[in-house]
Design a protein. Structure first.
Length: 309
């Protein structure tokens, strides 16, 4: 997935750490092999290449991620859309290159497909899917979160209840540290140049994911363009939100919801988070400073003060 995975575990001395390391690596690799748009032979790319109307058999894990992606797509009114693969490539964030393709952008805008949740059909009992129109699926807004969930499932299969696992900025925590205190997770400041914490949160048997405009971007004509696509405008998001962090029971859900709220912006995103009872932190840029909008109990104090600085 073009990044690193990590696991911090407090395990008894009898734990076979070599076997655990192999199992964790296999869990992440399995997600990558099934869901990568950078691997032409991945299961996701097989589905992308299939003609509309053709059923494609898919592995269980990919079916699970597609189903959750379509669900959050519906709930967010299409703000989270796994069908933006063509836009991702056109704007230079795909495997083909890192420079926007003006011709491809014009074509994508002219032939923009409907939201994926309206044209992708899943047959869960038969583990298969089919598109009802040409559609380029991209799971980069949800697959890393699912990989984190798979890592956590792996640690628990080894009988370990105290762990912190992550892929890039997506994290999941189980149990506590050896002294009984919760895991403390830094929420990164949305800074283009430096890595520094905006604050910290306590994470206990939960997951957190962050979407932002400050790590993966390209510069065009002196303007930074985020890698997060807004299907409604046919290109990168263009609002005041610099980052969104979401805490949820699964990292897959946190990952997708953080992307949806990033696309919607402060007003609509905040309203949707409140509607569905999400724990979310929206960080908004304004006149060279950042303003925090905290929603839910985890981020309740964030609107008026730093998060446990």
């Amino acid at each position: 997935m073009g990044t690193r995975w990590a696991a911090l575990l407090h395990a008894p001395s009898t734990t076979d750490t070599a076997a655990l390391n192999i199992a964790l690596a296999r869990a992440v690799d399995r997600v990558d092999r099934q869901m990568s748009t950078w691997k032409p032979d991945s299961d996701l790319m097989r589905l992308n290449a299939a003609p509309p109307g053709t059923w494609v058999s898919l592995p269980r894990e990919l079916m699970q991620v597609l189903a959750k992606g379509l669900e959050i797509g519906r709930l967010s009114g299409g703000a989270f859309d796994i069908g933006v693969g063509r836009l991702v490539k056109a704007w230079g964030f795909g495997a083909a290159g890192s420079v926007p393709d003006e011709e491809a952008i014009r074509a994508a805008l002219h032939e923009r497909p409907p939201p994926a949740h309206t044209v992708l059909e899943l047959d869960a009992p038969a583990a298969r899917a089919r598109k009802h129109t040409q559609l380029d699926l991209d799971l980069s807004g949800i697959a890393k979160g699912f990989a984190v969930d798979e890592m956590m499932r792996t640690t628990k299969a080894f009988g370990l209840s105290d762990a912190l696992v992550g892929v890039d900025g997506e994290l999941a925590a189980s149990g506590t540290k050896p002294d009984g205190t919760p895991w403390h997770i830094a929420v990164e400041k949305p800074d283009y140049e430096l890595r520094s914490p905006l604050g910290t949160i306590e994470l206990n048997d939960a997951a957190v994911a962050t979407s932002g405009d400050y790590r993966h971007w390209i510069e065009v004509g002196g303007t930074r363009l985020s890698h997060t696509m807004d299907r409604s405008r046919g290109g990168p998001v263009d609002n005041a939100v610099a980052s969104v962090s979401v805490v949820a029971s699964s990292c897959m859900e946190a990952d997708a919801w953080s992307t949806a709220l990033m696309v919607l912006g402060p007003a609509e995103g905040g309203a949707l988070a409140e509607k569905f009872g999400l724990d979310a932190l929206l960080v908004e840029r304004s006149d060279g400073t950042v303003r925090q909008i905290g929603i839910g109990s985890v981020f309740a104090a964030a609107s008026t003060a730093p998060l446990n600085p």
